[in-house]
Write a protein that binds this ligand. Sequence first.
Ligand code: NAD
Ligand code: UD1
Length: 337
Amino acid sequence: MRVLVTGGAGYIGSHTLVELLALGHDVCVLDDFSNSSPVVIDRVHDLSNGRVILVEGDVRNDDTLKALMQDFRPEAVIHFAGLKAVGESMARPISYYDVNVNGTLRLLRAMDKVGCKKIIFSSSATVYGEPQYLPYDEAHPLNPTSVYGRTKMMSEQILADWAGSDGRAAILLRYFNPVGAHASARLGEHPDGPPNNLMPFIAQVAIGKRARLAVFGDDYDTPDGTGKRDYIHVVDLARAHVSALDYAVENNGSQAFNIGTGASLSVREMVAAFEAASGKTIPCEVTKRREGDIASMQADPSLANEKLGWTATHDLNDMAQSAWAWQSANPDGYSKS
Ligand code: NAD
Ligand code: UD1
């Protein structure tokens, strides 16, 4: 299949490229490298038999999209390109609405012009907001508490309306907490500046870049008092996109799927797993709760298990081992090819 991957040089996109190329798909990547590097694409090529066509550009640029659509004629699109930092989204809401919502609109318009009817969209568990019950299933009400979350919810609504006719399909993948790295240790997550998320922060403490992990509260109503999340290995997440592509070809309309393991792990459990994988001690200091954090969340992934034929196969040890292998082999991220 000819698949356009927007944001394909990013953390989740790059792992997905490897899976798509392994299956022999023809892949075109559109990325403006605002949060990634062309070196990622070189590394994807090193790990694959196939090659991608690379277009450097912004998903909001109509001319770029038009030329790409006419040249490449994608049969499906996987749309990763977007901004993803919750705190930043509150400080720069218009940028977030512009890139995430306007970017999605422009992409759909460009797809319509060449009759491309299938899209897989990167949504997030953050669309659910404060849990009314757990695990979240896809019918849980949507009540995002950040601008970032609202851009994902609005994009989902636009995609659902778009997919309502003419044999179109929009698959909305609600990711839980992606962690880990490719088994080769050549692809992984490299945040710019201090990491916002737990796993990259722990990894940077382990290599000595940061002195200690601030544990954001140990007085939650959880067994060890720290927050619990449904962490999902990035390679499992990448494979969910491949399954979603097959589903989109065979089905019309829109459908949301939770992409998580169905289990939740605490901050303390994540630290212990990383210490075991790395042989390093992770100094921790308990601080106050982070504003907006919830105690615990986890996915009910049974719809994805059943309809996509997809299940997470990597365990906590795989997540910690691969994150450590990546971090220790690439302390400065993608600075070198
Ligand atoms: P990432 O920042 O590593 O990847 C995003 C890619 O999109 C980057 O390569 C970036 O350069 C590119 N990009 C950004 N704006 C662009 C634009 N206007 N035009 C073209 N390219 C652009 O992020 P990621 O972690 O791989 O996330 C991918 C998607 O998944 C995002 O939409 C994100 O919101 C969503 N998501 C991520 C997580 C997570 O924890 N990583 C969780 C839920 C959902
Ligand atoms: C964050 C985002 C969420 C996004 C998700 C993607 C916020 C408020 N939410 O959620 O919208 O979908 O990432 O992966 O940013 N923790 C620490 N110390 C740290 C970092 C985190 O104790 O330095 C704790 C948190 O309190 C939480 C857990 O670790 O209990 C996981 O945090 P994080 O990785 O930021 O993920 P989320 O909170 O789920």
